[in-house]
Write a protein that binds this ligand. Structure first.
Ligand code: ASP
Ligand code: MG
Length: 434
């Protein structure tokens, strides 16, 4: 039965990290083994900066573009050099050719819509990283084949947040990947349209890619290899008493991800749940440490409370210009504009004459949205906010966490409590009440 491994950017951030993969993969002898890999380290962020430079004033002729491009290429060359030296196994020429393609795509798409230009260029992070990792595995005697996920994962042309064509994907994946006795190495995060254009599945989308392959091949298990031993009930960098979750359900993991826990891409769990494929989160540094297991069992979900911070939030209050109500047609109109702007409301509140919501501060989407709303409504906003979400809070917990701070908005139901605070009033390090 198939196993799917996913390695994120941190697990292949440089030559040393890539060397680390070899023993992990050697230990796993069952085939088929699908290995889904992200871009190296922070490459995707750097490709986003390169994109901004390409679309900026100097364009692909400008100094900023050249500097970003050269720095990225130098980093990858350095890893190649460290791994392969001058040996014939080095995929250096292939990697250089991919960088040339990347450069050409930036010239070709400078005038294209942003999201399309994004996908045609940012996908190179994964195309390049997998080329290096595949060559490295073969160099170490682990027989592996490189597959282009743009051909395997069929999507629509909704760039940057492409929707999957499950039946076309399943057909291709089964045809090409089932029964392989070699390691199958492919890219996370990216897919392709019927016309062969690259698409992406949303930031951190490699987890979702792993779930797609697992679903299509009825895999036995998905393992996400991380630089931590599993999922935690809060970000350990921000909460001084965060603990690891031993076991949670697909539904709980989806809620945590949906509310902003940077654990697993929220779309990952659905396809696994449908086929009862367990997901294990393990550390590539200490592979024998107790992992977190996610499966259908819901019994342990409320054992510990989980806390999630979403920072850089903006609270937007929309009011009618005349003395009319914020009724369904108006709410429909406003939410429609959110959809069009590609924005997600992290918390919603409404009253007779106001409709308010909290959004991520993504200026390129937020500002046009606000402008459009201002055309028809009175719009108020407050920036620099932090949204705190607690899953399975025990009584009084939210008040203790709030410590007399004013909440600009709040929401509560049987399993979840949320409060919105001014970031400057929030502590740098939080403590989860016992
Ligand atoms: N490389 C992509 C990103 O950084 C996808 C991923 O890592 O999952 O968002
Ligand atoms: Mg990543």
């Amino acid at each position: 039965m198939t196993t799917v491994f996913k390695f994120g950017g941190a697990s292949i951030k440089d030559a040393d990290a890539i060397r680390h993969l070899t023993p992990l993969l050697e230990q796993h002898r069952d085939r088929p083994l699908i290995v889904v890999v992200s871009a190296m380290g922070k490459t995707t962020n750097k490709l986003e900066a390169l994109l901004a430079a390409a679309r900026g004033e100097g364009g692909t002729q400008g100094d900023e573009y050249r500097q970003c491009f050269d720095a990225l290429q130098a980093e990858h060359r350095e890893a190649l050099e460290a791994l392969f030296g001058d040996t014939a196994d080095s995929p250096r020429e292939r990697v250089d050719a991919l960088f040339d393609e990347l450069d050409a795509q930036h010239r070709r798409h400078r005038e294209s819509a942003y999201a399309r230009h994004y996908d045609q260029t940012v996908c190179y992070g994964e195309l390049i990283s997998t080329t290096i990792v595949a060559a490295w595995l073969n160099h170490c005697g682990i027989a592996s084949d490189w597959h282009d996920a743009r051909e395997l994962v069929r999507t629509d042309a909704c760039h940057q947040a492409a929707n999957l064509d499950w039946s076309a994907t399943a057909e291709t994946v089964r045809q090409r990947l089932a029964n392989s006795d070699r390691v199958i190495l492919t890219q996370g995060f990216i897919g392709g349209t019927e016309e062969g254009e690259a698409t992406t599945l949303g930031r951190e989308g490699s987890d979702f890619s792993a779930a797609i392959f697992a679903h299509c091949l009825d895999a036995r298990e998905v393992v996400i290899w991380k630089d931590v031993t599993g999922l935690f009930n809060a970000d350990p960098r921000r909460f001084d008493n965060a603990v690891q979750l031993e076991r949670i359900s697909y539904a709980e993991a989806t809620e945590l991800a949906w509310h902003g826990a940077k654990v697993i891409h929220p779309k990952t769990l659905g396809p696994l749940q449908e086929k009862s494929i367990p997901l294990t989160v393990r550390s590539f540094e200490t592979p024998d440490a107790e992992p977190t297991v996610i499966d259908a069992e819901r019994r342990f979900d409320s054992d510990v409370a989980s806390c999630i911070l979403r920072e850089e939030q903006v609270w937007v209050e929309v009011r009618p210009r005349d003395f009319s109500f914020m009724d369904e047609p108006r709410q429909h109109d406003i939410l429609g504009r959110l959809v069009k702007a590609g924005m997600h409301a992290n918390l919603v509140d409404s009253g007779a004459m106001r409709f308010a919501f909290c959004l991520d501060d993504k200026p390129e989407r937020l500002e046009p949205l606000i402008e459009s709303l201002q055309g028809d409504y009175e719009v108020g906003r407050e920036d620099a906010l932090t949204l705190l979400t607690v899953r399975h809070p025990h009584p009084g917990m939210m008040d203790t966490l709030s410590e007399g701070r004013e909440a600009l908005a709040e929401r509560r139901n049987a399993t979840t409590a949320q409060r919105l605070f001014r970031s400057r009033e929030c502590p740098e390090t939080w403590h989860i009440p016992e």
